[in-house]
Design a binder for this molecule. Structure first.
Ligand SMILES: Cc1cc2nc3c(=O)[nH]c(=O)nc-3n(C[C@H](O)[C@H](O)[C@H](O)COP(=O)(O)O)c2cc1C
Length: 178
């Protein structure tokens, strides 16, 4: 078997972080804001590392950078909310990305019965209790047990992320596909 000269698939080669980020950017995802904090510490961070893991028990995971300001908030409250963003929430996605993230107080939200913040205009949300935290290089992998959910805006189109840019679906989602 021959390898095309333009592919760099040497398993022993050290991988450049920027190249890894660029190639991973070709995997299209939805966009979430993870919220946590039951009091004045309530905060949010834009995340696309969300994955659904298991139906029974109901488990999902997210990956957060070890320096994320949201990590201690999640560890202290013991839970987090995954908010799936709509196409119209691109400004919200950028507001909660980067070092100077938006204050949650400036974004419409309400609280779950456990006191965790939910973005009121999101496509849907999953409220999670942290089941396990794993080390994953420079990120923490948070496995969350889903304890509550809702999808009040599921007639909206989702916000997508692909090759470093926010995108939207090329065609409307058919009503019968829901
Ligand atoms: C589309 C998109 C997806 C992102 N996904 C993640 C992610 O999965 N995990 C992460 O730690 N940071 C992710 N980030 C970066 C964080 O949003 C950003 O570093 C963070 O807001 C910094 O603030 P914090 O210290 O409050 O986390 C993403 C940013 C964007 C724009």
């Amino acid at each position: 078997m021959t390898t095309a000269p333009h592919t760099a698939s040497r398993p022993d080669a050290s991988i450049d972080g920027r190249a890894l980020r660029t190639v991973c950017g070709s995997f299209a995802t939805g966009v979430t804001v993870i919220t946590s904090g039951t009091g004045d510490d309530a905060a949010g961070t834009t995340v696309n590392s969300f994955t659904s893991v298991s139906l029974d028990p109901a488990l999902v995971l997210i990956c957060l950078h070890e320096n994320s300001r949201l990590l201690p908030v999640i560890r202290s409250s013991g839970g987090f909310v995954v908010n799936f963003l709509t196409r119209r929430q691109e400004p919200v996605a950028w507001a909660f990305a980067g070092r100077n993230t938006a204050r949650l107080a400036e974004t419409p939200h309400h609280r779950t019965g456990n006191g965790l913040p939910v973005l009121s205009d999101a496509l849907g949300h999953l409220e999670c209790r942290v089941a396990t935290e794993y080390e994953g290089g420079d990120h923490s992998i948070l496995l969350g047990q889903v304890v509550g959910l809702g999808a009040p805006a599921d007639q909206e189109d989702p916000l997508l992320f692909f090759q470093g840019a926010m995108r939207e679906l090329g065609e409307p989602v058919p009503a019968h596909g829901r």
